[in-house]
Design a protein around this ligand. Sequence first.
Ligand code: COA
Ligand code: AMP
Length: 630
Amino acid sequence: MSYQEVYQGWKNDPEGFWMEAAQAIDWDQAPSKALFDKGDNLYEWFADAKVNTCWNAVDRHVEAGRGEQTAIIYDSPITHTKRAISYIELRNRVASLAGALRAKGIEKGDRVIIYMPMIPEALEAMLACARLGAVHSVVFGGFAANELAVRIDDAKPKAIIAASCGLEPGRVVHYKPLLDGAIDLAEHKPDFCVIFQREQEVAHLEEGRDYNWHGFQYGVEPAECVPVEGNHPAYILYTSGTTGQPKGVIRHTAGQLVALNWTMKNLYNVDPGDVFWAASDVGWVVGHSYICYAPLIHGNTTIVFEGKPVGTPDAGTFWRVISEHNVKSFFTAPTAFRAVKREDPTGEFVKKYDLGCLEQVFLAGERADPDTIVWAQDQLQVPVIDHWWQTETGWAIAANPVGIEELPIKLGSPTVPMPGYDVTILDDAGHPVNPGTLGAIAIKLPLPPGTLPTLWNAEERFKKSYLNTFPGYYETGDAGMMDEDGYVYIMARTDDVINVAGHRLSTGGMEEVLANHPDVAECAVIGVADSLKGQMPVGFLCLNAGADRDNGEVVKEVVKMVREKIGPVAAFKLAVVVDRLPKTRSGKILRGTMVSIADGTAWKMPATIDDPVILDEITVALQSLGYAKG
Ligand code: COA
Ligand code: AMP
């Protein structure tokens, strides 16, 4: 079947399409139907089914006689470790961990926060929660104690599972002090913590609260899989919104199983047994969907890679891992390829490895610039496929479904909408626009299975953030267009979210931190174009009248504050003191104009600007940081 036939097939009969996809899942109780309309534009999928994610991701492959197949390959160029875990070993390890969690009181519906680096134990912790029907919330290791505390207070976990440390090139990330600090800061206190002690750093355990990962499993009964309702939350994953309060994206169990399983063949073109590698982190949605759940549900081998595209030890690491472990489909972020390209523009490292196993490469997380795609295609001689998705959707909204049909690649476009997604470009008034016209990208409701049904404990915020602007549609927060052939183009965010090295960050959240500096009267943070990371945050500070401070000192202090409050992942290193910020007459800061000046792109003087002279001052300030050269 062609893509068009599959897409039309879904459009003509969405219920039939998803019920058929659901047949690939092992149900404890099969769903009576796919879509459940809860009214008020809220929907759920396969809500009346009973199913367990861990059973589908692990046990059923063992039952089917594939227990000896490798489930997880751990490859850590940082610790010089390689390890393979078979499905049967994974089943035993996860059942034991789940049993220990259950013995300490974790039950279906309890929340468990996971704060771990890229080690197989992170996946085991996720799967152990899934086995019990507990709701995990994985927090990315690059977030600081305060961000962890915010998530603890929102998710109210009964337990936290963490490692003693993470390893960044040349730096040990001391997780345990960060965890202790977060628990001190949070109002909610977990009943207990489980700490995986890594040999690089053995953390101090607090008597009565902290348990050693191995010790607490000693002598416990392994846990069986607990069937849960189809609409039972599998996890909460916090993502950046317009403010410092992150949004708790919920994923329901059954929808995730059906949708992710469907994508493995149709999008990523792998069959059970093939090796699939997503070089991301379990702390992000890509890590949830494509390091942990989808490859395992589909019976693939997944790779847990603890390293960086460059410097661990060199720009050939990706190619070594692909060739050594026989990777068929590889998924990474454009920024990672830009980092490799910068160090190895002519592909000297590529030539060192036999990459005959590699059939296609997927890019997502940020805009894939045509230069990077062309470079990767030239080097690797396989299709390099951009695809577009969000934490909220959990899987691709638009892609080139090579498992169905390889469509012609148009540089700058993540190709076409996937079945389940009725993508529409709307003008400000909510009317569909013609092909080639820019607008807000919206998706006609309902969203497909595997996407967010709502936000954790925040239904009103869910409606306000995604449903209210365009009634009947989900507002993606991205702006762009579609061409005559139905190809989608993603141009920019319509909110204050920026994308730094494939990491989604809130400039609003950074502004909240800067505003807390005692000398800062007013501030703005914008995302400026960066040739490596896509975007970089830059802060503008107006100091209080009478603040008799050295500007450089204040800048250093705010940089430190953001690192301490949000974390190193914010990559906030540049700020400048200015007298005033450019505003409209109604007092709105003209961030978009500032971005255009910084990037040297064309811009028009906003008709509503209060005082145009301020833009000259901003230009000079940006030039002092090396921007606004155009
Ligand atoms: N734990 C602790 N700190 C972390 C971290 C983690 N898991 N991940 C990143 N950090 C830190 C980094 O050490 C760095 O700290 P520094 O300021 O002390 O140098 C900071 O956060 C910023 O990290 P990053 O933006 O990733 O920059 P980098 O210079 O370390 O690496 C790239 C640049 C391009 C190589 C890297 O960003 C990369 O591989 N990106 C791919 C991203 C990706 O896969 N995204 C997932 C979406 S698909
Ligand atoms: P995240 O939730 O971290 O996955 O970030 C989602 C956002 O990243 C999207 O809303 C887009 O702004 C951006 N994004 C993700 N993939 C792409 C892509 N292929 N092209 C352009 N932007 C992308």
